[in-house]
Design a protein around this ligand. Sequence first.
Ligand code: NI
Length: 137
Amino acid sequence: MPIVTATRLVRFNAAHRVYNPTWSDERNQATFGKCNNPNWHGHNYTLEIAVEGSVDPDTGYVIDLGTVKEVAERELVRHIDHKNLNLDVPFMQGTIPTTENLVLACWRILAPHLQPARLVRLKLWETENHYVEYDGR
Ligand code: NI
């Protein structure tokens, strides 16, 4: 049976400070630069959620992408949109809120909720110039 990948985008914005709390101010500044600003800064994030599966003969869909959007809004976006990733988001506590760590958290949260499709790739854009990808490995 052919397998098709379908992708839904969701958008949110959030504030953060990228720093290692066990390091000195000097080492944080040297490593993270302006991302270490103690008074926070924000990003408009775009998350691409790619799922794969066979095409349901009754619907012609791998999965209704409206369902993917609803899952993403309910499980993820409402917990992080307009929030401070360092202070407001329980699942980011204890991690440095880089795009890399955020995409891993997004995977853990979304992967169990996308049946009958299977989550195969997340692409998280932090700015229009850079993104990270994760495929579950
Ligand atoms: Ni940043």
